[in-house]
Ligand binder design. Structure first.
Ligand code: AVJ
Length: 330
């Protein structure tokens, strides 16, 4: 008898996304220091609010990175030749990708990887119209898990694209692991173009995550709405306030939801107690110096090749080469 036959069957509902969310929320709120994973910010409303954030005067990363990509697009894509593959991790609407695609003269294939089926379908429709020659091959997947590229494209030379400083959500040790996953997925001789937010005056950082209009506050609090709606929670939005802080020792911006009073909240048939001023830690956004990021990249097995920044050194776009060879060390 094979081993598979002796294993009990998992109940059909266990691996639904809803239950993954429920498990993550219960686990996070059961901790001594309460947390919620930031990846759950992005329901339909949260994605809309994040789009609004990217247009705020205080939120410099998106517009600065876009400008860097525009200013150096020819340089960045210069080496992408016929038949190569552009692989984007967490492609969303693929808007920044157009800055690169506009400059790629060769016929290439584009592999956007995202968890959102609708975002992938919309992007494919738009890109196919704008670039009729482009072979768009979406993969619906979580890029932090193992990624299998289409078998018929496996032998092509690859450029990975990971903009937006999404890497900043991870602690440096986890960022290192993710970069290794990307390197192994892309394979020998590939490149990675990655956007990384830089360390700067803490006041500038805090304002970017605590804007005057309160859009980031709404984005943070939307997580509680989502828990109410999807998990039958009874969070009172008035009961929590948005807080952003910069921890210079850890080199990260933290977002929290602060309980305005002693209260109990029911979720999924459980009750969670919050003391006045107790916080739920909802997001980390790590900031790097150029050298700090290069160190993480090298430790992960990539060689740091070129880097582009804006004139004020607010944001950086790095070019990495896989794998790092003995000669590159140092
Ligand atoms: C999408 C993770 C890059 O950390 O700046 C923006 C998310 N959170 N404002 C960031 C975010 C609050 C953003 N990243």
């Amino acid at each position: 008898m094979s081993r598979a036959q002796t294993l009990p069957k998992a109940p059909a509902h266990v691996d639904t996304p809803e239950n993954e969310f429920a498990r993550a929320v219960i686990a996070g709120l059961s901790k001594e220091k309460k947390t919620l994973p930031c990846r759950y910010f992005y329901d339909a409303r949260g994605s809309e609010l994040f789009e609004d954030i990217t247009r705020l005067p205080e939120y410099y990363p998106t517009r600065t990175e876009t400008q860097i990509l525009r200013d150096h697009a020819a340089d960045i894509v210069g080496e992408i030749g016929d038949g190569e593959l552009l692989v984007e991790f967490g492609s969303g609407s693929s808007l920044k990708t157009e800055i690169l695609l506009d400059r790629i003269a060769s016929s290439i294939a584009y592999v956007p990887i995202d968890v959102s089926q609708t975002a992938l379908a919309d992007a494919k429709r738009r890109l196919t119209k704008r670039y009729p020659e482009l072979d768009v091959r979406p993969i619906e997947a979580d890029f932090s898990r193992a990624i299998a590229l289409p078998a018929d494209l496996a032998s092509r030379r690859k450029t990975g694209f990971f903009p937006g400083s999404t890497i900043g959500n991870l602690a440096p040790s986890d960022a290192q692991s993710l970069l290794s996953i990307f390197g192994r997925a892309l394979g020998e001789g590939s490149r990675l173009i990655i956007g990384v937010d830089l360390k700067k005056d803490p006041r500038v950082l805090i304002e970017a995550y605590d804007d005057a209009e309160g859009v980031t506050a709404a984005f943070n609090l939307n997580l509680l709405h989502r828990i109410n709606r999807e998990l039958g929670g009874d969070f009172d939005e008035q009961g929590f306030r948005h807080r952003a802080l910069y921890d210079p020792a850890k080199g990260r911006v933290e977002m929290h939801l602060v309980s305005a009073r002693n209260q109990r909240v029911a979720i999924c048939g459980r009750s969670f107690r919050f003391r006045e001023n107790e916080t739920i830690h909802t997001e980390n956004s790590y900031k790097y110096t150029l050298d700090q990021f290069r160190d993480v990249a090298r430790a992960s097995g990539w060689n740091a090749k070129r880097v582009w920044t804006d004139a004020n050194k607010q944001f950086s776009v790095h070019e990495l080469i896989w794998p790092k060879t003995g000669r590159d060390i140092g």
